[in-house]
Design a protein around this ligand. Structure first.
Ligand code: PEP
Ligand code: MN
Length: 365
């Protein structure tokens, strides 16, 4: 697949966000539940300077028989917010019917949810339904960590003529225990940013964390990575929310969280800073070169081992050898202040590459 470019309209021309200082904030309840809940939440958010309301109208729930959203009626409540509070309104669409209802209600911004962006048929259907409009659309990462699938969704929208496009990083599903509801895997959004530096990037700390206590930490992390904005779930009374109660915060608490964020600049014109950072980067480049030399030497030894095993008719993998490597790495690494999870990731990759090379050698004619 060749590298693509996206034809994008810069966010200042979207007509949705009045304030483009980082973080640009979209906030509101996970789900629209009642006219009063939507209106009271929006009014409080507005009083804290938030201009764009989010609310789920149709809710993709993991299991049936949960609250699945109020449906199109909720759009009437959102429309009231738009008219009476002069806020912009946004919601999730997952099919053509949602698109028509949302456009008809005057929704200002749409997002495509994580389950939908994982499905190219659904994304294409939405893109086709949006053809001819210029509504801004934010694409959440697919539930599975697949950069190409995420990019594919952006391309489908762009090819349908939509140019006000951005992304929302909401973390990725994993099996097993984690501190997060959806593990962030920051390297994926970073790769998206590398490919499309102009693309507007939001973080959704609510769905990454699954719990309100982590919203600040994740928001700060995203700001430190240069994200443009945050989309945060906020409910006038989170305890009684019909969906995602544990991760919603009151508008006042959201305002307090935002107030505590430290927003660092992406770069600086300051000459002294530039010289120092250049010097440090040169050091990093030299170390990276050394790392490459070491990796190459290590692979050469692995090749020799592969040949030797082949000659002696021995399997590539010896049980216990990997555990033994890892144990030593952890022991030495922790003495050097290196984190076990990090070391495991690095050495797993190196070990896997050795196995692949040895497999190739074994199978040589
Ligand atoms: C949401 O934002 O309400 C939502 C359902 O999110 P996601 O698609 O990230 O699960
Ligand atoms: Mn939610």
């Amino acid at each position: 697949m060749t590298a693509t470019k996206l034809d994008l309209i810069p966010v200042r021309e979207w007509g949705v966000f009045d304030n483009l200082d980082r973080p640009i904030v979209i906030a509101g309840p996970c789900s629209a539940e009642s006219e009063q809940q939507v209106f009271e939440t929006a009014k409080a958010l507005k009083s804290f300077g938030i201009g764009v309301l989010r609310a789920g109208i149709w809710k993709p729930r993991t299991r049936p028989n949960c609250f699945e959203g109020v449906g199109a009626e909720g759009l009437i409540w959102m429309r009231r917010v738009k008219q009476e509070l002069d806020m912009k309104i946004s919601t999730e669409v997952a099919n053509v019917k949602h698109v028509y209802e949302a456009l008809k209600a005057g929704v200002d911004l749409l997002w495509i949810g994580a389950r939908t962006s994982a499905n190219p048929f659904a994304v294409q259907e939405i893109a086709d339904a949006l053809r001819g409009t210029d509504i801004p659309v934010l694409v959440k990462n697919p539930v599975n960590p697949d950069v190409e699938l995420w990019v594919g969704a952006l391309e489908r929208l762009n090819m349908a003529g939509l140019k006000k496009i951005g992304v929302i990083h909401r973390g990725f599903s994993t099996y097993g225990k984690s501190k997060y509801r959806n593990v962030p895997q920051w390297q994926l959004p970073i790769e998206i940013k590398r490919r499309f530096p102009e693309l507007l990037m939001f973080c959704d700390p609510s769905h990454i964390s699954g719990k309100r206590e982590l919203i600040h930490e994740i928001s700060q992390q995203s700001m430190d990575l240069g994200y443009d904005g945050l989309i945060v779930e906020s409910h006038i009374c989170p305890e009684i929310a019909l969906s995602d109660a544990a991760q919603q915060v009151t508008p006042a608490s959201l305002s307090e969280i935002l107030g505590r964020l430290v927003i660092r600049k992406v770069d600086s014109e300051n000459m002294e800073y530039r010289e120092n950072i250049d010097e440090l980067r040169t050091k990093i480049d030299i170390i990276d070169n050394d790392l490459l030399d070491l990796l190459s030497s290590r692979m050469k030894v692995a090749d020799e081992i592969g040949k030797y095993k082949k000659h002696n008719n021995i399997t590539i993998l010896q049980p216990g050898r990997w555990d033994c490597i890892l144990e030593k790495v952890f022991e030495k690494g922790s003495a050097k202040g290196l984190d076990n999870e990090f070391l495991e990731g690095v050495f797993k990759a190196i070990h896997q590459a050795s196995i692949d090379r040895q497999t190739a050698i074994m199978n040589e004619k």
